[in-house]
Design a protein around this ligand. Structure first.
Ligand code: GAL
Length: 414
């Protein structure tokens, strides 16, 4: 049995969710002073890795930027066009990093992306090499940050990779606390280098959720931090990542976000239901929404998922409070997220596979702190839906019911 299904945890989760329903519509004072002026809502955009991997070129980035505009994704909020690993070339005698042949002129590329009203992101590692074996930033942090700023870069993903063997294990063999200090210092070093440029640059930590990164990333300048290893376009992997977000809600907020990794919507063999559920749950998690699909060849139904404005509004809700899995019943999980103005979003997910018969599921509104009848909007059909205590719900395998309730009734018993 999953830990989160245990009664005591469910009660705890319920208590925190119902207590939070007393939060006024206004953003709480603690959250008004954001740690930085970037990423006040979870960053939205597109990243090259999940589709192009190491094959990405200047042209792919330009074509993707064009598509983000032409497809309406820009209007839906997708702003960052992020180049992942494999753009790096060699350093010259002064240590200045150059691009490789796939990216002939990074400044010109950044200008192009900016001319579309979009922003541009780049990737590096605190180690000597990136994960794909290209040049990293070790010993060149200020130089690289200044270079990014001179190109007009707006976002940096900083991926631990070779820093582990080259620095952590080498300088502090078998001393985990010392290794962790070295890692934090490396992220801090690039943070200072980025801040010293004076350019607002979103700072994304990629170190796979190790060493409770959510506890130290905000103080180290992180606007988002990966909470797990890599995502794959595969339901089991997506569901495993979802399950690892348990308890991280309290670390998330304006300017600082848990990052369950980039979207796989439209990639691999994910079914339509799986794509829908993946997108819905990333919105419930207030996750960065970085699409990673082949934009020029995007199918209409994938476009419809990625540009569903109601679902994006859940993700981008100005309160910035991450949702939580409140309870599970058999193979069905029920998530809730508290939104600005007293609204609530509910996601019911059938995680059961076709191989097993699903047992009948009845929605327990009371466990969510809601009244016996609530009226909301089904965000995938666009229709009004009435939810009632104990109503049976028949969801296809891996599908989701996502409902926004703008004016929930007073809690039962109040
Ligand atoms: C991984 C990272 C991926 C991608 C890749 C590039 O470590 O998690 O998201 O950036 O490196 O080499």
């Amino acid at each position: 049995m999953r830990a989160f299904a245990s009664l005591s945890l469910a009660v705890l989760a319920l208590a925190s969710f119902t207590a939070s329903s007393q939060v006024p519509a206004k953003t709480p004072a603690a959250l008004q002073v954001a740690p930085t002026k970037v990423a006040l809502t979870p960053p939205m955009g597109w990243n090259s890795w999940n589709y192009f991997f190491d094959k990405v070129t200047d042209k792919d980035i330009r074509d993707s930027a064009d598509q983000i505009v032409a497809s309406g994704m820009k209007d839906a909020g997708y702003i960052y066009v992020n180049i992942d690993d494999t753009w790096e070339g060699e350093r010259d005698a002064s240590g200045v990093l150059h691009t490789n042949a796939k990216f002939p002129d990074m400044k010109a590329l950044a200008d192009y992306v900016h001319s579309k009203g979009l922003k541009i992101g780049i990737y590096s590692s605190p180690g000597p090499k990136t994960c794909a074996g290209y040049e990293g930033s070790l010993g060149h942090e200020q130089q690289d940050a200044a270079l990014y700023a001179s190109w007009g870069i707006d976002y940096l993903k900083y991926d631990l990779c070779s820093f582990i063997p080259a620095v952590m294990q080498k300088q502090a063999p078998s001393d985990k606390p010392a290794q962790m200090r070295l890692m934090i210092a490396a992220y801090d070093k690039m943070n200072r280098a980025l801040k010293a440029t004076g350019r607002p640059i979103v700072y994304s930590f990629c170190q796979y959720g190790w060493d409770a990164v959510w506890e130290w990333a905000p103080a180290t300048g992180g606007n988002l931090w990966r909470t797990t290893g890599d995502i794959q376009p595969d339901w089991d992997r997506i569901y495993a990542i979802l399950s690892q977000q348990e308890g991280l809600e309290k670390y998330s907020g304006p300017g600082q976000w848990n990052d369950p990794d980039m979207l796989e919507v439209g990639n691999g063999k994910l079914s339509l239901a799986e794509n829908r559920t993946h997108f819905s749950l990333w919105a419930m998690l207030a996750a960065p929404l970085l699409a990673g699909n082949d934009l020029p060849h995007m199918k209409l139904e994938i476009h419809a998922i990625l540009t569903n404005k109601d679902v994006i509004a859940i993700d981008q809700d100005r309160l910035g409070r991450q949702g939580a899995r409140i309870y599970s019943d058999g193979e069905v999980d029920v998530w809730a997220r508290h939104l600005a103005g007293g609204a609530v979003a509910i996601a019911v997910v059938n995680a059961g596979s076709d191989r097993y018969p699903t047992h009948p599921f009845h929605l327990n509104l009371r466990k969510l702190g809601l009244a016996a009848t609530e009226t909301g909007k089904d965000l995938w059909t666009g229709k009004t839906i009435e939810l009632t205590q104990n109503m049976p719900l028949d969801l296809a395998s891996h599908d989701v019911l996502l409902v926004r309730i703008d004016s929930p009734h007073a809690l039962a018993g109040k």
